[in-house]
Design a protein around this ligand. Sequence first.
Ligand SMILES: *Cc1c(COP(=O)(O)O)cnc(C)c1O
Length: 229
Amino acid sequence: MDSLSRNIASVRARMDAALVRAGRPGGSVLLCAVTKTRPVEQILALKELGVTLIGENRVQELSQKFGSLNGAFDIHFIGHLQTNKVRQVVPMVGMIQSVDSMRLARVVDAECARIQKTMDVLVEVNTSDETQKYGAREADLLPLLTGMAGLPNLRVRGLMTMAMLTDDTEKARACFRRLRGLRDRARAAGVPNAGMDHLSMGMTQDFEAAVEEGATMVRVGSALFEGKA
Ligand SMILES: *Cc1c(COP(=O)(O)O)cnc(C)c1O
């Protein structure tokens, strides 16, 4: 086995073990392979290894690779999105995981209307209260979801977060718990048109804790391409 297939097998095994620890059914977490900075040949090799979903975080970089990836993957946009890049990104992706303001949501909706596309979106939440982080603040989440319910070309599928970047897994875990709690509150509030089936959380450093706390999708890059634990 080459290192890429070994790394994928190892990440999948660790995801499965975390599911077992949490008493969740096997295979109930999607692996989104984060392919930012990776060359097209490496990305295409993922396809042979059963990876169907990739995440990119820069519009320009995705545009450069997009032609070569040519329908091989379901592509999610996971990075901070500026409104002036929305027109470029909307035709390339099946989901935008990083919607964090009504202003951005409106621009995505308008572009989708223009090209007659319905876009799956996640609302990114700042669960660490770090000021440099993107993401909606907790207090703004329900108003944002309520506002987005009126945008007919968006389909809200859940929430996304980046945990505090720290060696202390318990601090990351607190962010994941917080996102799950917000998901539960959003469900209980019964906002119309706000599907809450996805929790996108967990990266190389903390994906096992995220799975234990209820992630339905993890976004892993380095552990796949560099084998980092
Ligand atoms: C880079 C990135 C990841 C993956 O990070 P790794 O530590 O390489 O696994 C996940 N989510 C987002 C939003 C990213 O930008």
